[in-house]
Design a protein around this ligand. Sequence first.
Ligand code: ATP
Length: 211
Amino acid sequence: MAGQSKIPQATAKRLPLYYRFLNNLHLKGKTRVSSKELSDAVKVDSATIRRDFSYFGALGKKGYGYNVEYLLGFFRKTLDQDETTSVALIGVGNLGTAFLHYNFTKNNNTKIEMAFDADPNKIGDEIGGVPVYHIDELEERLNDVQAAILTVPGSVAQSITERLVDSGITGILNFTPARISVPDQIRVHHIDLSVELQSLVYFMKHYPLED
Ligand code: ATP
């Protein structure tokens, strides 16, 4: 998010959430929204929402709320919604296949353009409209791709990461259990679904929420 250095990271992380909700309101023809309504929908307390919004000059009016169109315009610019980021997916197993079918169509600023796998049986077809190529073709195919989703086995995650970085990828969403090492300028977000589930169950057992 170039030029948005004034916005704190925690606020920036909530922008896609706000964006999606406001976009839905806009599609339904709503022109304004109260911070209470927003707060209930995105599960962020209204004080935080007011503070977040003050960073982008949206000061809600008492009894009126926020102007949906104004906020959407701001979010589009900030999130580069008009500029699509090309994404490649590596590893067309169970999880990878599900992502190709999903293809993040609700996020109109990202698109999985191509996928790679080492298994010859998975090559050549399109899954969810995305072509699947052999991993040997990675370097020649990744021309304008900026980000990658890793859904390969953990054992090959590091070597594939190095090839991705050498090909100019600057962001990796790592779904493998492996912790991957990258140069400083490469951003990695790690999502280990089994750890997330385990952690949820742990918290359910040990820290039950009050009614
Ligand atoms: P998932 O973990 O997504 O449920 P799975 O159990 O179907 O996957 P895994 O063994 O985890 O299969 O492998 C995920 C995918 O990664 C498979 O389609 C496999 O062929 C592919 N894969 C394995 N090694 C490589 C590699 N070196 N390069 C590219 N793809 C690979």
